[in-house]
Structure formats: structure tokens, C-alpha cells
Design a protein around this ligand. Structure first.
Ligand SMILES: Nc1ncnc2c1ncn2[C@@H]1O[C@H](COP(=O)(O)OP(=O)(O)OP(=O)(O)O)[C@@H](O)[C@H]1O
Ligand SMILES: [Mg+2]
Length: 282
């Protein structure tokens, strides 16, 4: 039985994806070294004929890196995140993510392979309001075999329930396990969403504005827990942010998007104020 995957559902309609198998991707072959978590070459994306959103993005992300993706509203950050993991159809380019290679579209099987190794956290966290924090974390198992039982923690296998509790402990919310999601503060709800992403034991964690709409103190708590947990578990983390302090201080590397291209890609310690101003100058 297949189950809907609320962890992956956000508000953006995704185009229906036709399959295109990928056997002849002309990526330079580094296969004797460790497979990269993510390698993209000349990625292009347009939603319509007039507007090119991504116009030739090439990047390589290594295992365990924490990468901040920045750029002005509409620069294409969310689009890029979705294109990287096969949730959107790409207009052109080559993508290799978590051992799966595709060009314009990932097949259903490829998307499944990618999905089971990825955790997602979105700004609006997407928790089921009337269910407990614990059940929401158990929902992280949806999409896995037998996962209909994850609809409620009471039906879930013992080890899933325990893993969900450990994940809540990791974000320091075990005392809220039984509380309904809609009784949590924004910061707490976001930490539940992080716990839900973590139970999947992902190799790659993708977070689209995980700390947006949180007050400064909660924003720092969420980001700190996020990067600490990613580092402790050797999870590669890519997050977007409009908060330049978050982007620089919680990442190893900052990638800036502007006019459909990578404007700069630098270690966080080398990013200057002038670099940041340049990203948002018209
Ligand atoms: N599903 C879609 N269909 C058509 N156009 C889209 C779709 N999603 C995004 N766009 C357009 O693509 C452009 C890039 O949007 P995207 O959401 O990727 O930007 P962003 O950098 O994440 O912006 P923000 O900082 O506001 O979140 C925008 O012009 C947007 O209107
Ligand atoms: Mg966005």
C-alpha cells in the first residue's frame, strides 16, 4: 500500500513528471572517489517560455557539508531545491543526487530512491494540527514499507515510536510529545518538523527557510539545533535563508543565486558584507 507523504508535500504544484532514464550522463567520472551527495551541471529551469529562472547552475556538494543558499525573493532558491531532488522537471542539465542520475526528469523509481534518503523541512512546517507532536514525528516514516501504520503513533511499530521520541528529545521537546501540534509555538512546531525529518535518518536534509517567521531567539535555537544535529549525524544540510547572519554563521559554505546564475560560492568565513550587498543589489 502506498501512502501520501506529507513530509514532501508543500504548497507549490509540481508538474506531472514524465520519465526519462539516464544512462548516458556526461558527468566527469569521479566514481573511484566517494560518490558525491550532489553534483549538478548546467541546470536550467523555466516554468514558461518567457522567464528563465535557473540559467546554467553547476555545483558539487560533498558529504557532511552545511550549505546556505541565499538570494532575493524570486531568485529561484526554492525552485533549485526542488529541481535538485527530482520534484520538478528540469529544462536542461545533469543532476546526480545520492547515487541517482537524471537529466530533465527523474523516474518514479528514482524519485523514490532519492526521497527515502532525504529529509525536508519547509517554512510552514506542515504539521497535522490536531495530532500530537509525537504522531507528527512518526509521520516521518510515511512513504516507507508498511507505513500506513505511521498515521497514528498508537498503531506504529514500537521502534518507530521510540525513534520518534528520541528525535523529539534531540530537539529538546520530549515534554511536548503528547501536546497537539496546534498548541505549540512557531519555534516548537518548527523543531517538531526537524524531528520529523530526522527520523528518516536522511543523508541529505533540505530546509527551505527553516527559521523564517520565528523571533530572533527562537530562530537561533532552531538553526543551532539543526546544524548541531546535522553535524552529529553526518547529514549534509542545504538550507535557504533571508537572514544573512544565519546564512553565514550556521553554514560551512554560502551559495548566492542572482539572475538565474550562481553569483558566488564561497566558504562562509570568506563571505564579506560587500559580497552580501552584491547579492541584493539590482
Ligand atoms: N510552480 C511554479 N509555477 C510557475 N512559476 C513559478 C513556480 N514556482 C516558482 N515560480 C516562479 O519562479 C521564480 C522563482 O521562484 P522561487 O520560489 O524559486 O524563488 P525563491 O528564491 O525561493 O524566492 P523566495 O525568497 O521568495 O522564497 C519566481 O518568479 C516564481 O514566481
Ligand atoms: Mg523560496
Amino acid at each position: 500500500m502506498t501512502s501520501p507523504d506529507p513530509v514532501l508535500s508543500d504548497n507549490t504544484p509540481s508538474k506531472s513528471i514524465s520519465s526519462e532514464l539516464m544512462s548516458d550522463v556526461p558527468l566527469s567520472d569521479n566514481s573511484k572517489v566517494m560518490a558525491p551527495i550532489l553534483r549538478v551541471q548546467n541546470l536550467k529551469k523555466s516554468y514558461d517560455k518567457e522567464n528563465v529562472i535557473l540559467n546554467g547552475i553547476s555545483l558539487h556538494i560533498r558529504e557532511g557539508e552545511t550549505v546556505a543558499l541565499i538570494g532575493s525573493n524570486g531568485a529561484g532558491k526554492s525552485t533549485l531545491l526542488k529541481c535538485l531532488v527530482g520534484l520538478h522537471e528540469n529544462t536542461d542539465g545533469d543532476v546526480e543526487v545520492l547515487g541517482t542520475r537524471f537529466k530533465r526528469t527523474a523516474t518514479r523509481q528514482q524519485r523514490h530512491n532519492i526521497r527515502k534518503q532525504i529529509g525536508f523541512v519547509f517554512q510552514n512546517h506542515g504539521l497535522v494540527k490536531r495530532l500530537s507532536a509525537h504522531t507528527n514525528v512518526v509521520h516521518g516514516f510515511l512513504g516507507q514499507k508498511g507505513s500506513w501504520r505511521a498515521f497514528n503513533q498508537a498503531f506504529a511499530p514500537q521502534d518507530w515510536r521510540e525513534k520518534a521520541m528520541h528525535a523529539l528529545e534531540a530537539v529538546k521537546l520530549s515534554d511536548k510529545a503528547k501536546d497537539r501540534a496546534d498548541s505549540l509555538s512557531g519555534g516548537q512546531a518548527q523543531r517538531v518538523a526537524i524531528a520529523r525529518a530526522l527520523v528518516r535518518e536522511p543523508r541529505l536534509l533540505i530546509a527551505d527557510e527553516p527559521a523564517a517567521s520565528l523571533d530572533p531567539a527562537s530562530g537561533h535555537t532552531v538553526m543551532q539545533q539543526f546544524v548541531d544535529l546535522a553535524r552529529e549525524n553526518n547529514i549534509t544540510l542545504i538550507f535557504t535563508s533571508h537572514d544573512m547572519e544565519h546564512a553565514v554563521s550556521y553554514s560551512d559554505r554560502v551559495i548566492a543565486l542572482k539572475s538565474g546564475k550562481i553569483h558566488f560560492d564561497k566558504p562562509s568565513g570568506e563571505v564579506s558584507k560587500a559580497d552580501l550587498h552584491g547579492v541584493f543589489d539590482q
